[in-house]
Ligand binder design. Sequence first.
Ligand code: FAD
Length: 480
Amino acid sequence: MLQLMWFRTDLRITDNSALAAAMQAGPTAAVFLLSPRQWQLHDDAPCKVDFWLRNLAELSRELQRLNVPLLVREADDWNAAPQVIGNLAQELGASAVHVNDEYGVNESRRDQAVAAALEALDTGFHGHFDRLLFKPGSVLTRTGTYFKVYSQFRGVCYQRLHTALPALQALPGAQSALQIAADPVPQQVPGFDSPGQALRDAWPAGEQAARERLQRFADEWIEDYHDNRDFPIRPGTSQLSAYLAAGVLSPRQCLHAALNANAGEFESGSQGAVTWINELIWREFYSHILVGYPRVSMGRAFRPETEALPWRNAGKDLQAWQEGRTGIPIIDAAMRQMLATGWMHNRLRMVVAMYLTKNLLIDWREGERFFMRHLIDGDLAANNGGWQWSASTGTDSVPYFRIFNPISQSQRFDPQGRFIRQWLPELAALGDKAIHDPHAGSKGQGSLFGAGVNYPAPIVDLRASRQRALEAFKNLPSAS
Ligand code: FAD
């Protein structure tokens, strides 16, 4: 009997649990749903939607090699998914639909509704575990609750990895050709503008491109990852997040590549490989938090008492931050990097997030939304986790009194200002010292720029705004 593989954020044929299971169960056709209204509701960035479509086109070609036709259907939002998938299953005479599990609240509700609709049609619905290394609910405290502290969560993950390494799925062999024609994959979806060619070139689509990037990282960079990863000008991190978020690459593939580069060791050998595996475990941690504490997926703070913070309604400051016009070069350079490339270095994500939520005292949800609308790797769990960590509203967050000073961060992690010069060419002529804080000593008069350079004075005083944030947190009922 025909099986239907429904692709979502798992756009690959290699090491794909649901695809392997479907093809083992019988002849298989595949489908992808275009859901522009839903994507808008989720603030999915145009560059991310473009990345999905480009990867989908590559996936369709890969599937053709397996004689699996990829159909493309529209379900404007996920309320329509049960009917669209149900109709298609009936039209094809499919006996079962296979998916890889996704963990957001809306994703889970969608899948429950689709499963119920299919049951009424006497069609099976099989969810497979694929997106993570450990199934949510399988890494718990002794009392059976979800971990709230990363280091403890990681400890249990390592114990598990020592006893059983998640195995890679074998690539399915080609099936006999079906009498079902594949659909063309659209190059664009209304409501989502195409990004420029430069951005597309920076993020080539397809499994092969992803695997090459992983291999290059494992061969050339992973060893020095620990030393390089905090310096935004160095090519020190893998830049694989967009591929992991769209499922063009699996975390198992990443783990195996890291272990291969480190003689099979998790906790010894190259410090770089160990630190990188820890980052993969951060990705796990935040996905488990999403399932264990679903309020974070509904726009709520992990620590409820922080809902009482007196966030400022400061539209102009928010806009200056969004547009890279705060007058703090490292912040502005980072924001411009994201606007131009769809990606921002992790150190800078923390710095700009802390500046928004502490120095500007603007609600982390504003930052979370803006990031989602611009990131090619936007991922609900990691983004929410990163924002709530930076805002000190989340699980295992930075303590509220440890506020990064963006200028010290800039001096430390971009000592010669090379990253700043790349994204703020208007400051390129400044010396290595002045570039971190161009208005220092000028009392915001801009006198430094008599030579015609136009760069704004800082929109807030860092010391006074830090004090304001400390007071706001101290005044919370249980934070002092
Ligand atoms: P590498 O350093 O090479 O790490 C390897 C992989 O591990 C990454 O690709 C990613 O999948 C995972 N990873 C690394 N760091 C983290 C982390 N702190 N939390 C969760 N996973 C991690 N990551 C996203 O994938 N999507 C997001 O929307 C996102 N938003 C963020 C927002 C904020 C405010 C912060 C502070 C962090 C956010 N991160 C997000 C985490 C991190 O910044 C990115 O994963 C990382 O910069 C991606 O670059 P890379 O692939 O070179 O990472």
